[in-house]
Design a protein around this ligand. Structure first.
Ligand SMILES: Nc1ncnc2c1ncn2[C@@H]1O[C@H](COP(=O)(O)OP(=O)(O)OP(=O)(O)O)[C@@H](O)[C@H]1O
Ligand SMILES: [Mg+2]
Length: 572
C-alpha cells in the first residue's frame, strides 16, 4: 500500500536521512514530498493527497503556534512531530497542539518511523470512520426522533379530534334521545343503568333532574307479569343481555320505585360493543292513554254490537212470544166455550136425569163447540207455549251470559258454552245465510279468561263468517263450522266458513284497526283489531287465519290454559 508523506524539515541533510529511513521499508511503499518550512507546507497540504505529515521542530520545539497552524492546515491528515529531546512537557505540548504522535529523533529507526506513520494514518482513518458512523448514527437518531415527534403530535392532534368528535356525538345522541317520546334506558350486563334519556327519567324517576345513572335497574323499576315480579337477574332484560335474543312486549307493566304503575309497549335489544354483548337497550312508550282509549273503544263496540244484535234478539224473542200469546188466546177462547158445557155435563153426571130433547141439545152444543178438536188441540197449545217460554228464557240467559257486564277479572269458563251463547244471541245474523256445524270437544277444560271479551271475539268471528258467506252466495246458504279442541296447555277454537276467502293483500291487513272491505254502515274495521287485542294482549294467546280466495277462511283462536296470572296480563 502506498503511503504519501509530507516531510516538513528545515535541514536538508536531515530531510534526506529521513526520506531514506522511510524508503527502506520492505513491504511499504512510501512516497515523500519535502517542504522546507511550515509556510511552504501550506500550499502542498491544500493540494491534498497526503496520508501523513512528519514535521521536525528541532530542539527546543517552542513553536507550538506554528504547529497548531500546521495541524489546522493538515485537516484530517495526521501530523507526527519529531524532536531532538525526550521531554514530557514538549510531548504534551505537541499533543495539545493537535499532533497525532510525538517521536524523539535519536530513538527512532526506519522501521519505527514507518510504523508510527502507518498507525497514525490507520488511527486517523479509524477515527474518521468511527466519527462518520457516529455522525450517521446521530443523524439517524435525529431523524427517528423527528419522525416520532411528528407522529406523536399527529396522534395527539388525532386524539383531540376524536375526543371532540366523541363528545359531540355523545351530546348529539343525548340531545336526540332526550327529544324522543320513547323512554330509552341502557343497562350493563349486571343491570346497572349506564344511560337514560329524558323521557325515561320522567316516566321512571318522576322529576326532570333525577338521574338514573349508577343505579341498579331493580332500584328504579320492576317488570310485572300479572302478579309476578320479574327482577333483572331472572327477567327478560338479563336474558337479552346474555343471549342477544330480542324481547318485545306490547302490553308490559312497570312498577316504579316511586310507586307508579306504568303500562308500556316495550322492546329490549342487546347492547353490542366490539362484537361482545355487554348489556341491554330498553325502549318503552307509555301506552296508558292508548289502553284506556282502547278499553273505551272495546266497550263502545260491545255496546254497538249488543245494539245491533238487539233487533235480531227482539225478533228471536218476538216469534215465540207471539205464538205463546196466540196459544193463550186460543186456550182462553176454548175455555170460554168449554166452561158452560162442562157445567152442564157436571149437572148431568151428578143427577143422571136427562130428557131426549136435552140430550140432543147437549150433543148439538158439543158439536158446535168443536169439542173433539178442542180436546186434541189444547194440550198441544200448552206444550207449544211451554216450548216458546223455554226458548225465550234460553235466549235471555244467553244474552245475560254473553254480555257479562262488569266482569273485569279473569274467571274460569267453558268455551263450548260461550260458543253456544254467542250463537244464540247472534242467530238472526247467520240463520238466513248459513247452517252451523258444531264440533265441540266434550272434555274441554275450563279456561281462565275475561268472558265478556272472549264472547265478543267469538261474535266478531261468527258475524264476519256470515258476512263472507252472504257475499259469496247471495240468496243461498253456506256453512259455518265451529270446532273446539284442547291440546297440551292450550285451547283452540276454530271458526271456519265457506265464504269469499281472502286475497293475500287483504289477509295482511285484516288485523289493522279500521281496515274494512265492507260498505259504509256494515263494517267499521274494528272487529279483528279488537279480537287481536283481547286474545294476544289480554290473554297471551294467538289468533291466526288460514284462508283461500273463493273457498273460505278458518280463524283459529288459541288460549293458554293456566291460572290466568301467567297467561298474558289482566285487563287494565
Ligand atoms: N271470515 C272472513 N272471510 C273473508 N273476509 C274476512 C273474514 N273476516 C274478516 N274478513 C275481512 O277482514 C276485514 C276486517 O274485518 P273486521 O272484522 O276487522 O272488520 P269488519 O268486519 O269489516 O267491520 P266490523 O267488524 O268492525 O263491523 C273485513 O272487512 C273483511 O274484508
Ligand atoms: Mg267484523
Amino acid at each position: 500500500m502506498t503511503t504519501k508523506v509530507l516531510l516538513v524539515e528545515g535541514d536538508a541533510a536531515q530531510a534526506a536521512e529521513l526520506v531514506e529511513m522511510m524508503a527502506a521499508g520492505a513491504h511499504d511503499d512510501f512516497v515523500v514530498e519535502h517542504a522546507e518550512s511550515v509556510a511552504a507546507a501550506g500550499p502542498l497540504l491544500a493540494a491534498g493527497g497526503f496520508d501523513a505529515v512528519l514535521v521536525d521542530f528541532g530542539d527546543p520545539i517552542g513553536r507550538s503556534a506554528d504547529l497548531a497552524g500546521l495541524v489546522a492546515a493538515a485537516g484530517a491528515v495526521p501530523v507526527v512531530v519529531l524532536t531532538d529531546r525526550d521531554d514530557q512537557e514538549l510531548g504534551a505540548a505537541a499533543m495539545q497542539a493537535g499532533a497525532q504522535d510525538y517521536l524523539v529523533r535519536r530513538d527512532i529507526n526506519g522501521e519505527a518511523l514507518r510504523r508510527v506513520l502507518r498507525y497514525s494514518r490507520a488511527r486517523i482513518r479509524a477515527q474518521a470512520a468511527f466519527e462518520q458512523t457516529l455522525a450517521a448514527h446521530g443523524r439517524e437518531l435525529e431523524r427517528e426522533v423527528a419522525e416520532r415527534t411528528s407522529k406523536l403530535s399527529r396522534e395527539i392532534a388525532d386524539r383531540i379530534r376524536v375526543e371532540a368528535a366523541l363528545r359531540e356525538s355523545q351530546h348529539r345522541i343525548q340531545a336526540i334521545t332526550d327529544n324522543l317520546f320513547e323512554g330509552v334506558l341502557v343497562v350493563d350486563g349486571a343491570g346497572m343503568v349506564v344511560f337514560s334519556n329524558r323521557s325515561a327519567r320522567l316516566l321512571l324517576g318522576g322529576t326532570l333532574c333525577d338521574t338514573l345513572a349508577e343505579r341498579h335497574v331493580d332500584e328504579v323499576f320492576t317488570l310485572m307479569e300479572g302478579k309476578r315480579v320479574r327482577r333483572f337477574g331472572d327477567g327478560p332484560f338479563h336474558h337479552v343481555a346474555r343471549t342477544g335474543e330480542l324481547y318485545q312486549n306490547d302490553d308490559a307493566v312497570f312498577q316504579t320505585a316511586m310507586g307508579r304503575t306504568l303500562v308500556v309497549a316495550l322492546a329490549c335489544s342487546p347492547l353490542i360493543d366490539e362484537g361482545r354483548r355487554v348489556g341491554a337497550i330498553l325502549s318503552f312508550r307509555d301506552i296508558g292513554a292508548i289502553k284506556k282509549a282502547q278499553q273505551e273503544a272495546l266497550q263502545a263496540s260491545k255496546l254497538a254490537s249488543v245494539g245491533q244484535l238487539a233487533a235480531g234478539i227482539a225478533h228471536e224473542i218476538n216469534t215465540p212470544t207471539q205464538y205463546i200469546g196466540d196459544n193463550l188466546r186460543f186456550i182462553g177462547d176454548a175455555l170460554a166455550t168449554l166452561m158452560p158445557l162442562l157445567d152442564r155435563l157436571r149437572a148431568l153426571a151428578l143427577d143422571g136425569q136427562m130428557s131426549p130433547a136435552e140430550r140432543e141439545d147437549l150433543r148439538q152444543a158439543l158439536e158446535r163447540a168443536d169439542f173433539d178438536f178442542l180436546l186434541e188441540e189444547m194440550p198441544a197449545a200448552v206444550g207449544q207455549s211451554l216450548e216458546g217460554v223455554g226458548q225465550v228464557s234460553r235466549i235471555v240467559l244467553a244474552m245475560k251470559e254473553f254480555s257479562h257486564p262488569g266482569e273485569r277479572e279473569k274467571v274460569a269458563i267453558n268455551l263450548n258454552r260461550a260458543v253456544e251463547n254467542t250463537l244464540a244471541v247472534s242467530r238472526n245474523e247467520w240463520k238466513h245465510v248459513a247452517e252451523i256445524d258444531l264440533d265441540l270437544d266434550a272434555g274441554l277444560p275450563d279456561v281462565h279468561c275475561l268472558p265478556g271479551e272472549i264472547n265478543q271475539v267469538l261474535l266478531n268471528l261468527i258475524v264476519n263468517a256470515a258476512h263472507a258467506i252472504e257475499r259469496a252466495r247471495p240468496g243461498g246458504m253456506g256453512r259455518i263450522t265451529i270446532r273446539t279442541r284442547s291440546r297440551d296447555g292450550w285451547i283452540d277454537v276454530v271458526v271456519a266458513d265457506d265464504g269469499t276467502g281472502m286475497s293475500d293483500e287483504i289477509k295482511e291487513r285484516i288485523f289493522d284497526p279500521f281496515f274494512t272491505t265492507k260498505e259504509v254502515g256494515k263494517g267499521t274495521g274494528q272487529g279483528l283489531a279488537i279480537c287481536r287485542d283481547v286474545v294476544v294482549n289480554k290473554h297471551g294467546g294467538r289468533i291466526v287465519v288460514d284462508t283461500e280466495e273463493g273457498r273460505g277462511s278458518a280463524f283459529t283462536v288459541s288460549l293458554p290454559l293456566g291460572d290466568g296470572a301467567t297467561a298474558g296480563f289482566a285487563a287494565q
